[in-house]
Design a protein around this ligand. Structure first.
Ligand SMILES: NC(=O)c1ccc[n+]([C@@H]2O[C@H](COP(=O)([O-])OP(=O)(O)OC[C@H]3O[C@@H](n4cnc5c(N)ncnc54)[C@H](O)[C@@H]3O)[C@@H](O)[C@H]2O)c1
Length: 353
């Protein structure tokens, strides 16, 4: 089988994990080139990984040795870069969020389907061992029917948010906490529990930085199953980037927290004070290990994309759920911008994507 040539565009923090993952499959792919608008960054990265450097992603996409393009770009570039890859008929791995709004996300997804290429949204949530353990517990009926779910994502983006001109500080450049983190939480809910029926959202700027972005938000509402959900996000916490999930069912409760030890615990009734440690989630590797949670799940995500391409099978992730998540993000912003009004999502359906 001929090997695929990979080109990575956008060489921020997470790009190292993508490159390491690509180089971990030498029998299937070669990392041919990397691209960053910052020439120094592109050249240093290319030297480290032994590949070509580009500063213009259109030139990299046109490279005849490249058949797989991995886009890790600022959100405002997702649509134009993704469509350029698809127009060139090349396979595409696209970092979350698909695009800053639902219509553009839908367009990218449908164009990828029409182009017949191998396409995946890089949503690392699907590859985090703790969430995979939770999915298995739900499938086994460990807590019965879920009636209430809470997610929390906390990070410290104060430096980005205080940097004038940084794309994360402006809505028209794809900034926005609900977009950046809601893409993860709404994907998680769609994957584990299904669609959302309605929501209300609150967005606040709690930290006095000179930008237009909400730094703290809460999105609450009902799932189509009837369960209640609440997703909270903050980008001004004095803690490392970390995540929490609480699932309350008719027969039990699952508490998962990246900052806890154990990471996942199952409770089965009002007198089950000790709970059960879900030991398959190794804390040192994938739990409260400040870098590991993200970097390792991102590597697993990229290798699944490569393996699924080589094996001609769908990847583990259903990218429709990532598009759906952006439909929910749009609705949350509609609520925030209309005095926290209730938004009905009955008509937003994954099957229509
Ligand atoms: N799944 C995760 O956990 C995770 C974590 C971090 C970032 N991301 C996603 O990765 C993407 C990038 O985010 P980031 O934090 O790395 O951003 P960043 O701003 O830190 O890095 C983006 C890089 O792209 C480069 N760039 C900007 N314009 C370019 C252009 N026209 N052509 C080529 N390169 C260009 C910049 O110079 C920079 O090096 C976003 O979609 C983000 O949501 C995902």
């Amino acid at each position: 089988m001929a090997k695929h040539g990979v080109g990575i565009a956008g060489l921020g923090l997470i790009a190292q994990s993508h490159a390491i993952a690509a180089q971990s499959r030498p029998e299937v792919v070669d990392l041919v080139a990397v691209c960053d608008a910052n020439q120094e960054v592109a050249e240093a990265f290319a030297q480290k990984y032994g590949c070509r450097a580009y500063t213009d992603y259109n030139q990299m996409i046109a490279d005849p040795d490249i058949s797989v393009v991995d886009l890790i770009l600022p959100h405002f570039l997702h649509k134009q870069a993704a469509l350029a890859v698809l127009d060139a008929g090349k396979n595409l791995l696209l970092e979350k969020p698909v695009a800053p709004n639902y219509p553009d996300s839908l367009e990218i997804y449908r164009r990828a389907r029409e182009a017949g290429v191998h396409f995946m949204v890089a949503e690392n949530t699907r590859y985090i061992a703790a969430y995979q353990a939770v999915a298995r517990l739900l499938e086994e009926g460990a807590i019965g029917d879920v009636i209430h779910v809470r997610t929390q994502l906390r990070s410290n983006e104060k430096e980005h948010l205080a940097t004038p001109g940084n794309w994360r500080t402006k809505f028209d450049l794809g900034g926005g906490l609900v977009l950046d983190t809601g893409a993860h939480s709404f994907y998680l809910i769609a994957w584990l529990l299904g669609e959302i029926a309605s929501l209300r959202a609150v967005g606040r700027k709690l930290f006095p930085l000179d930008n237009e972005i909400e730094d703290t938000a809460e999105v609450t509402g009902l799932l189509k199953s009837g369960a209640h959900f609440s997703c909270t996000f903050t980008s001004v916490s004095e803690a490392p980037h970390s995540e929490r999930l609480e699932l309350y069912g008719t027969n039990g409760v699952i508490l998962m927290d990246q900052a806890a030890e154990p990471v996942v615990k199952l409770f089965s009734g009002a007198l089950d004070y000790a709970g059960t440690n879900i030991a398959e989630v190794p804390a040192a590797l994938d739990g409260w290990h400040p870098g590991g949670w993200h970097f390792e799940s991102v590597q697993r995500e990229v290798t699944d994309f490569i393996d699924s391409l080589a094996e001609d099978r769908p990847p583990l992730i259903d990218s429709r759920d990532c598009v759906y998540a952006i439909g929910v993000v749009d609705a949350a912003y509609r609520s925030i911008r209309s005095d926290e009004s209730r938004i009905d999502l009955t008509d937003l359906k994954r099957e229509d994507i």
